[in-house]
Write a protein that binds this ligand. Structure first.
Ligand code: FAD
Length: 286
C-alpha cells in the first residue's frame, strides 16, 4: 500500500525505523525476533535505513529486509535510498529490484557526503530533490527527509523551509524528520512549513536517549539542540544505562503527547532495533 493513502485515512500515522543486520554472514535468529516483535505492534509502516555515509544506492540488505517486513510480518515497509554516490543506472537497478520485491514506498535521500568525496567531479545527483523526482517517476510513493532545526549544513531557517518546498514540488508525498529533542522547535517548524505551503504530511522523528555518548554523537552529527531538562536527566542518570533509558523513554513519551496535542500528522520512532523502545513508546498509540 502507498503510505500516502495511510496519511489520508488516519489522523496520526505511527511508524518505526529499523536498520538491517550489520553482519555480512547470515544474521542469527535473535535479529529476526527483533523485527518480529517490532512488527507485532502493527505500526502503520516500518522504514528501513540504508548504509550511512552515502556509500551507495540503498543496497540489497535494505531491500531484503523491507521485502521481509512486508511478506513475513505483513507490515508496510519504506526503503531508504541515497543518491550522492550513485549513478542514474544504480538508481534504476534499485528501483527495478524494489518493484520486483513488492516495495511501494521509498525515502529518497541525498545521503551524507562520503570521506574523500570529490565535489568537483561530474555526478548524477547533487540534492535529494533530484532523486525524489526520479523515484516518483518510477511510480513509487516517495518521501523526503525534513529537519526541524535545519540540516547540519544549513544555518538559515528560510532556506531550510525552501528546500523542503522544493522536495514537495519534486514529488515528496510526505516527510519524516530528523530526531529533535525540543517540541518548541518541532512546533515552530510545522508552523513555518504550513506557512510556506507544505501540504505533504510531516511525521516527527523521536529518538529516546540511551546513553551520554549516543547523545553527544547525535548532537554533533546532526546539530540537534539539547533542552536543559535533557541535560539534567543526563547528569542525574548518565552513569546508569537502565535508569537513563527509563528517563529517556519517559521524556520521549512526553514529547509524543505534546506533538499529538499539537496535531502532528505522524510520529516516527527511531527504535535503534530495540523492541522495548517501540513497545513502550507505541503504547496507547496503536
Ligand atoms: P538534501 O535535501 O539534498 O540536503 C542536503 C544539503 O543540501 C542540506 O544542507 C540542504 O540544506 C542543502 N540543500 C538542499 N537543497 C538545496 C538547494 N536546492 N540548493 C542548495 N542547497 C540545498 N542517511 C543515510 O545514509 N541512510 C539512511 O538510511 C538515512 N536515513 C535518514 C532518515 C531520515 C528521516 C533523515 C532525516 C535523514 C536520514 N539520513 C540517512 C541522513 C541524510 O542522508 C543526511 O541528513 C544527508 O546529509 C542529507 O540528506 P537529504 O536527503 O536531506 O539531502
Amino acid at each position: 500500500m502507498r503510505i500516502s493513502e495511510i496519511y489520508k485515512r488516519k489522523k496520526t500515522v505511527v511508524s518505526f525505523e529499523v536498520f538491517p543486520p550489520k553482519k555480512t554472514d547470515a544474521p542469527d535468529q535473535s535479529v529476526y525476533e527483533t523485527f518480529e516483535r517490532i512488527c507485532a505492534l502493527s505500526p502503520d509502516f516500518v522504514s528501513v535505513t540504508c548504509g550511512a555515509g552515502g556509500t551507495g544506492a540503498g543496497g540489497n540488505k535494505t531491500i531484503e529486509l523491507s521485502a521481509l517486513i512486508k511478506s513475513k510480518y505483513g507490515v508496510e515497509p519504506m526503503a531508504h535510498l541515497t543518491c550522492i554516490a550513485a549513478k542514474k543506472s544504480d538508481i534504476k537497478s534499485a528501483a527495478n529490484e524494489m518493484k520486483a520485491r513488492g516495495i511501494e514506498n521509498v525515502l529518497a535521500l541525498r545521503g551524507d557526503i562520503p570521506d574523500g568525496f570529490d565535489k568537483d567531479a561530474p555526478r548524477d545527483y547533487t540534492y535529494a530533490k533530484e532523486l525524489i523526482a526520479d523515484i516518483n517517476r518510477e511510480g513509487f510513493c516517495t518521501a523526503g527527509a525534513a529537519y526541524p532545526e535545519g540540516h547540519i549544513d544549513c544555518i538559515d531557517d528560510e532556506e531550510n523551509i525552501e528546500y523542503l518546498k522544493q522536495k514537495q514540488d519534486a514529488g515528496a508525498a510526505f516527510f519524516t524528520t530528523q530526531l529533535c529533542f525540543s517540541n518548541e522547535h518541532f512546533y515552530r517548524f510545522l508552523d513555518l512549513a504550513a506557512k510556506r505551503g507544505i501540504k505533504s504530511p510531516i511525521s516527527a522523528g523521536i529518538m529516546p536517549m540511551m546513553g551520554r555518548s549516543q547523545i553527544e554523537r547525535m548532537i554533533f552529527m546532526c546539530g540537534a539542540s539539547l533542552p536543559s531538562k535533557m541535560i539534567k536527566l543526563l547528569n542525574k542518570y548518565g552513569e546508569n544505562a537502565d535508569d537513563l533509558l527509563k528517563a529517556g523513554l519517559e521524556y520521549s513519551k512526553e514529547q509524543i503527547d505534546g506533538l499529538l496535542s499539537y496535531g502532528a500528522s505522524g510520529i516516527h520512532i527511531y527504535t535503534m532495533n530495540r523492541p522495548q523502545v517501540a513497545e513502550f513508546l507505541a503504547e496507547g498509540l496503536l
